[in-house]
Each structure stands twice: as C-alpha cells, then as structure tokens.
Design a binder for this molecule. Sequence first.
Ligand code: G6D
Length: 329
Amino acid sequence: MNYTIKHDKATNIHYVTVSVKDHTVTFVDFGARIQEWIIPDKQGKKENILLSPDTPQEILTDTAQFGALVGPVAGRIKNGIWNHKQFEKNNGNHHLHGGSNGWWHQFWLFDVEVVEESITVHFMLKDTLTDYPGPIYVKNSYKVTSDSIEMTTSVHSDSHTIVNPTNHIYFNLNGQAKKDITNHMLQIHSDKYLETDHESIPTGKLLEVDNSGYDFRKPRLLSHALKELSHGLDDAFLLQGNQPQIILSEPSNGRNISISSDRQAVVIFSTTGFETNQSVSGKKMCSELGIAIETQELPDIVNHPNLGNIDLEKQQIKTWKTTYAFSVI
Ligand code: G6D
C-alpha cells in the first residue's frame, strides 16, 4: 500500500497515485478527477479501465468532464434559470454541468490520509467561480480500499443555493480503450427512466422501463441494447434501494464493476455519436469508446419539484456516498 504525488509544472496539475493490493488509482486536483484506474483481468493483466485524457494539457482543456467531479449542479437546467437567477447558457439555451467554470474545471486543494487498510485522498474546494449563490464549500473524498473506491461528497454554504454533484467517470473494461464498449454487459436496478425532449431536457415524466429498450433490470449486452436505442443512452434512471444498483462487466476478460449509491438516480451516457478531438487512453475519442455512469439526483429537478429537490439551505450540510467496487469473475 503506497502513494505518490507528481506535479506538472507547465499546467500546475498534481497527480496522486494510490496503490492498494491489486489495483492502482490516479487522482488529479484539476476537477478532483478519478484520472486512471488500473485493475487486473482474469489472466492477471493490469490495465486502465477508464477513459483518461492523455496529457496534463488535455486535462486542462477537457470539455467532456472525464472522471471529474461535476457541480454545483450536474446535468442540464432548462433555460439556465433558477429562483429568478440566470446561470450561464453553456449548452445551447440551457445550463450544463455547473457552467464553463464548473467544479470539473477548477483546481481543488487536496491531502492524503493513510490508515491501516486504505488510503483516502481528500479534495476541498471553496467555490467562488461559478455564479451560484455561495460560496459553496465542497469536500470530495476518495477512499481506496483493497477492491473499491468509496467516494463521499459533502457540501455546505452560507447562502441558500442548489447542489447536485456527480462524478463523470467513463468506463471501458477492455483496458486501454483497445475496443469499444459494445461487448460490455450492463445491469441497472431501476423500473423507471426520465423522459427527455430533443434537447435532452427532461419533460418531468418518469416512464416505465418495462417493454422498452431502457429495461436493464436483467444484464444486457450493449451491442444489442444500443441497436434498439438509435441515439444511444444519455438518460437518467431512478434507482432502487437494493445495492449494488449498477453492474458493468466485460465477460471475456472477467472484469466487473459494481456501483452502490445513496443517490436518487444515475445518468448513463453511452457516448454514442460523441466525437471530440480529445485523445483519451491513447485513442481519439469516438462513438461508444466509453460509458459514463453518473450517480446524482434527477436532472433539471429544479423545474420538477414533484420529483424532489436539490436545495441547499443556508448552513445546511448534505453528504452523499457512491462506491465503485471491482471484481474479477
Ligand atoms: C453531452 O448530453 C451529454 C451529457 O450528458 C454529457 O455529460 C456531456 O456530453 C459530456 O452533452
């Protein structure tokens, strides 16, 4: 069990690499990112299972939030308006992922805590750069155990504001993004998904997954599922209590990720048709090279209060936990 810290002078980015038993995780202070996660396959071959921007400069200029802690509010806010306040319209006519100065695009402070069986990297941010009422104080901790990353996010503010963070982690269990994700199996314990319009804005209606292409209650091969869903997946599923709620696997190499969360929902983004100039894990980003799994409260919930709320009252503390566990079967 050990950790190292590397500093890239040109970008001022710090890489914190933590090794515990059979896996190694690298975090980055710009965006409080899970940058790389190296796990074995059933032959014992250790490879990176995330989409990871290849250079510090690519992290600095990233616009797809690879592995980043997104906030104050992940997802879209229709027309960027909340409580008569106009947020930045950085996605057409709407506000997305906390805006261009969101938490994913800020340098966080960090420290490392070593205890007998685990190493935790704590990231801390006092957010004064987004135009949300605040400042918002956020602590995002990643506890690396023998077989998991336990992410705990805690927020408070001296003002009444809104917060709905997520980690925008993109998986590719083939390792080093050597193939696309259509050979993966996906299971989601969810009976309902959120209807959206042509601009990916929620209508506020929760639809039954039963008899639809959104039914992942039993494990499904993504090559089949993504053929049924012509635009791929960029959708929020209401999570049930039984944990783990989301299981992603690559049967031929035995890699399996189970995700357990106390969050209300998960957004699954299959990156179908998502082409950017970015190079990730040694490849140019292309359609279905990775799958993002983003636990959070339902998107655009400020416009659908019947579905819940993401208000953070003055001096209120909110804390959430999502655990990413790996196994080899
Ligand atoms: C696209 O609609 C998708 C988002 O869900 C995703 O987070 C982003 O690309 C990176 O806007």
